[in-house]
Write a protein that binds this ligand. Structure first.
Ligand SMILES: [Zn+2]
Length: 175
């Protein structure tokens, strides 16, 4: 028999950031938060947190956003100074549709940049195994390498790896 999970809210950090966790009714930490029970085993969507009176940070500009809209909204922010309705996407909340659109555009650009970086690396060194692609760098392994190689997009002519792998790299490139 599986034990039903119920929602608990707790705050462990000094900034008073609260979080919801799901645990059995007799084994949770913090306070019970029955309003979130329907979302077991989690995560709780941002819209439900706002509806329950929580505030969250806008996933684009980090402004505090509650169900009433973003905090400190002024004339220069648009909507004639009236706080817009927040926009929830899954676990994320945005001040308004503009913050959502800007974030989605930035994420798409970041994905495109990373894909181009990976394609560039695979062209330079066919056969490498790309392990991770970060915003400005890439980590890969070539055949037989014991550790991993780092490559910075800002310095494309250069790779770094532990000294023990260097002779292998020289041999691999010359193969
Ligand atoms: Zn925002």
């Amino acid at each position: 028999m599986t034990t039903a999970l119920v929602a608990w809210q707790s705050s462990t950090d000094p900034d008073d950031n609260w979080e919801i966790t799901f645990a059995p009714a007799d084994a949770g930490e913090g306070e019970r938060a029955p309003e979130f029970d329907p979302y077991a085993p989690g995560p709780v969507p941002a819209s439900a947190l706002l509806a329950a009176g929580w505030w969250m940070e806008c996933s684009h500009c980090s402004r505090h956003v509650s169900a009433d809209g973003p905090d400190d909204w002024g004339d220069e922010d648009g909507e004639d100074g009236d706080a817009p309705d927040p926009v929830c996407v899954g676990e994320s909340v945005y001040c308004d549709s503009r913050c959502r659109d800007k974030e989605q555009a930035e994420q798409a650009a970041r994905r495109a940049r990373k894909a181009a970086m990976e394609a560039d690396a695979l062209k330079r060194w066919p056969g490498i195994e790309v392990l991770s692609v970060y915003d400005d760098s890439l980590e890969f392994r070539f055949l037989g390498q014991r550790w991993t190689t780092q490559w910075l997009a800002a310095d494309p002519g250069h790779v770094s790896m532990p000294p023990a792998d260097v002779p292998l790299w020289t041999a691999w490139k010359a193969r």
